[in-house]
Design a binder for this molecule. Structure first.
Ligand code: HAM
Length: 431
């Protein structure tokens, strides 16, 4: 193929995370590990490829994810696979496959990694994106776990210095009370059929709860007067929700009840929630809400997948959304400290000695930068300047012969020669 024909852009809806952007991602990953440890979540990793029917069944045939957004492929052997669009179904699959119900319950797991959805790319919406998720599976169907998932997620955002966080909280009940509510909702929308968009007319037939999710301005107006599911919760669901609210009060979670949170995946029941942060415009005049993540209870998922009834609750954040919100909120996360020491070596013997010296420094916990592939002193000094190092260690033929090294203060230009065997101790004194 001629060079002219190669498309050198990343695939539509995917993006690179470049070296200078990595420090924000590293802070985020560090925050994830930290809160996971505090709240006793163990890491789980599942494959990127899964069987297609896992999500068809788990997420639901009438959802946007399954209807429109999955990257599917058929292997040479005829297996129908999918690039995972979300993590919860895959974790439920792993829980069942590996008999994780035999471990101490509930099982608390977390994950982060890439997910894939065929969506129209825009800010905060990609075709390959990363999620971090927390799941509590098994044990009792206790509202305390609902609040534990929310507090873990909240602490992660707080560790990244977010302020103005809000949790929009709702209950969508169980199969029984939801069926009653759906009828009521449908009746209401039938009376307003002419006011709503084409998509919502279709949703009336296959997924009425999703009517509450529509962002069309005419539908928003109709939605405002729609009946609220909370009024139709059955006694056990009402009790569960009341206890969630009591625990949330106790922990002072920044929540607000939002009867329009229904979530886009079919496996949810009872508690559902979404996390938002408020972002101020540059002139401080306007604030917009950015949705960072969401989750809820999914007590039916295990039965849908053919396993026994297993209570579970979880949530996931979009990691790109968090990174974009960090930028939009002007949160100042300090980049990685650059290395203060830069090694310069001229000639093959000096390079050999230099490599050993880098190892010796690393053994003492000091990282040393270098540009040892360059030959001239000038080029290496220029590189040390770019790195912003404070001291250069210079090794030439003469130094190798005398088992010594020059320490050059890169700000003042003052140089001093010390014995190689003393250089680590000498640098430690200066750091
Ligand atoms: P979800 O709401 O579909 O839930 O996705 C969770 C988060 O992933 C979203 O709030 C958003 O921040 C991010 N996200 C989703 N799609 C995209 C996209 N195309 N581009 C960028 N970010 C995106 C779930 O996936 C559930 N599995 C969450 C859960 C865990 N429920 C229980 N446990």
């Amino acid at each position: 193929m001629s060079k002219k024909n190669i498309n050198l852009s990343s695939v539509k809806g995917t993006h690179d995370i470049l070296p200078h952007e990595q420090f924000v991602w590293e802070k985020l990953r560090k925050g994830i590990r930290h809160v996971a440890e505090i709240y006793s979540f163990s890491r789980i990793d599942t494959p990127i490829l899964e069987n297609l029917d896992l999500f068809q069944r788990g997420v639901g045939e009438a959802t946007d994810i399954v209807e429109k957004q999955m990257y599917t492929l058929t292997t040479k052997g005829g297996d129908k696979l999918v690039l995972r669009p979300e993590g919860t179904s895959a974790i439920a699959r792993a829980y069942i496959q590996h008999g994780l119900s035999h471990m101490s319950q509930p099982l608390k797991v977390y994950y982060d990694g890439p997910f894939f959805r065929y969506e129209q790319p825009q800010a905060g919406r990609y075709r390959q994106f990363n999620q971090v998720g927390f799941e509590i599976i098994g044990g009792e169907n206790d509202p305390i776990y609902d609040v534990q998932v929310m507090i873990t997620a909240l602490r992660l955002l707080e560790s990244l210095k977010f302020k103005n966080i809000s949790i929009h909280l709702n209950s969508i009940g169980c199969k029984a009370c939801r069926a009653i509510y759906k009828k009521k909702l449908l009746n209401y929308y039938k009376n307003n059929k002419k006011e709503i968009c084409k998509d919502c007319n279709r949703r009336m037939l296959d997924n009425p709860l999703r009517l509450l999710d529509c962002k069309d301005e005419h539908c928003e107006a109709v939605k405002k007067e729609a009946p609220s599911i909370i009024d139709d919760l059955c006694t056990p669901c009402r009790k569960h929700f009341k206890e969630v609210l009591e625990y949330a009060e106790e922990l002072k979670l920044p929540y607000q009840i939002d009867p329009f949170i229904v979530r886009g995946l079919d496996y949810y029941n009872r508690t559902v929630f979404e996390f938002f942060v408020e972002i101020e415009s540059a002139d401080g005049e306007k604030t917009t809400s950015l949705a960072l993540g969401g989750g809820g209870r999914y007590d039916y998922l295990f039965e849908i997948l053919g396993h026994r009834n297993t209570p579970a609750i979880g949530m996931a954040f979009g990691m790109e959304r968090i990174v974009e919100a960090i930028k939009a909120c002007n949160i100042n996360l300090l980049p990685r400290q650059k290395n203060k020491i830069f090694l310069i070596a001229i000639g093959i013997e000096a390079k050999k000695k230099g490599l050993s010296l880098i190892e010796e420094f690393a053994g003492s916990g000091i990282n040393v930068s270098e540009s040892i592939g360059k030959n001239s002193l000038g080029a290496q000094l220029k590189a040390s300047d770019k790195e912003g190092a404070s001291w250069a260690l210079i090794l030439g033929q003469k130094e190798v012969f005398k088992e010594s090294v020059i320490i050059r203060d890169l700000k003042t230009g003052v140089q001093e020669t010390v014995l190689l065997k003393k250089v680590v101790a000498e640098i430690k004194k200066r750091l």
